[in-house]
Ligand binder design. Structure first.
Ligand SMILES: Cc1ncc(COP(=O)(O)O)c(C=O)c1O
Length: 390
């Protein structure tokens, strides 16, 4: 039986043909495809500035650093996310405070965020501090409430949108709130890792409406170097390193693939939404509903992950193994970040009830645009066999 992964890239002939052309072009890196990809991202997401870089982690680091986050900063990060959301803050020397999540969605809990903010000493609020909500699994984080709390407490808001390009959600006050729109967060970050919506091999982007953040991210992406003169000036070759940055550049090859994939993002989203709707429909039936909950379905969900939640942790662990024995790969998204030994060193025994509950129950089952209906049926049949087996 063929292997069904929990996620994988979708590459077509067009991607291959554009990439092979790029291989023989004048520029393998820092050529015209970088700016072309950036302008296309700006247009797609309706933001003023996009700065592409070498990974989603680099995008988070660039966004935080460009927003002023430093070693005096405090950052509030939801406990259910990939470690990168917190790590990028540590790269700047800032302190991470983990915030709880809603146990049924994994999204940042506003109540817990308020409690975290209440604990911040007034003196600390004079620093550059961060709230980094994650639009987790493809659902938009409660950005409007996060923005309000950020403003009241003088915190900066950066959305980790690695899971949610194209996601939107209805809102009582604002009509619709979209991920990556630059309306609520100072910046949103994307990842172009192969399991994400837009694949560039590796890659990431900072999206923002703030010119200062964009200019700083551009400089920091390439060592903190500035080129003050244009081609027509006397010294067009001149450059100077203004601050300490990194090599977080994306290559032209990656930008070529990213651009080609961005052109298909609407199709990818439509396909993911169709698969999610099919999962939801079938999983609401017996015998599944006795043992599992499916994710709440919303029209604007971007379905990076399709996470079912088992009512029993032991059953979840056995299901993971059963799926694997049938050549189907599933995944646990995520182990609360505070449980990792690196973070335990600072926070021994720390636990958050919503994050623990989500972690114990969650299992991501296969979800990607190229997943075929008959493969999805195999996943469902396997789950049914497992549950009936007792
Ligand atoms: C929520 C989240 N943030 C950040 C990242 C980091 O992205 P990258 O792997 O491109 O560095 C990931 C990647 O898995 C992620 O899932």
């Amino acid at each position: 039986m063929d292997l069904i992964p929990y996620s994988r890239q979708s590459i077509n002939e067009e991607d291959i043909s554009l990439l092979s052309k790029a291989m023989t072009s004048d520029f393998l890196t820092q050529g015209p495809k970088i700016a072309e990809f950036e302008r296309a991202l700006e247009e797609y997401f309706g933001v003023k500035h996009a700065v592409v870089c070498s990974s989603g982690t680099a995008a988070l680091h660039l966004a935080y650093a460009s927003a002023g986050i430093n070693s005096e900063s405090l950052g509030i990060v939801p406990a259910i996310t990939f470690a990168a959301t917190a790590n990028a803050l540590r790269y700047q020397g800032g302190d991470v405070q983990f915030c709880d999540v809603e146990p049924d969605t994994g999204l940042i809990s506003i109540e817990s965020l308020q409690e975290c903010l209440d604990r911040v000493p007034e003196k600390q609020k004079e620093q550059y501090n961060l709230i980094a909500p994650v639009s987790f699994a493809g659902a938009v984080a409660p950005l409007a409430q996060c923005k309000q709390l950020a403003s009241e407490n003088n915190f900066i808001l950066v959305e980790d949108a690695s899971h949610s390009p194209g996601a939107f959600t209805p809102d009582d006050q604002e009509g619709t709130i979209s991920s990556c729109s630059g309306t609520h967060a100072l910046a949103s970050t994307l990842s172009f890792h192969p399991v994400k919506h837009v694949c560039a091999g590796e890659g990431g982007a900072v999206l923002t409406n703030d010119l200062h953040v964009a200019q700083k991210a551009l400089r920091l992406r390439s060592h903190g170097i500035n080129r003050p003169f244009s081609e027509t000036d006397e010294m067009p070759w001149y450059y100077e390193q203004e601050s300490l940055g990194w090599n977080y550049r994306l290559t032209d090859l990656q930008a070529t693939l990213g651009l080609s994939q961005l052109n298909r993002l609407d199709n990818f989203l439509a396909r993911r939404r169709k698969l999610a709707s099919r999962y939801n429909q079938i999983l609401r039936e017996s015998p599944f509903q006795e043992h599992i909950n499916c994710p709440p379905f919303e029209d604007g969900h971007a379905w990076h992950l399709y996470i079912i939640r088992f009512k029993d942790e032991n059953l979840r662990n056995l299901a993971f193994k059963y799926f694997r024995s049938k050549n189907i790969l599933t995944q646990v998204h995520y182990i609360p970040v505070y449980k990792h030994p690196y973070y335990q060193k600072q926070n021994q025994g720390f636990q958050l009830p919503g994050a623990e509950k989500f972690f114990q129950s969650c299992l991501s089952i296969p979800m990607y645009p190229d997943l075929k209906e008959n493969e999805q049926d195999r996943v469902l049949k396997t789950l049914e066999q497992f549950l009936l087996k007792g």
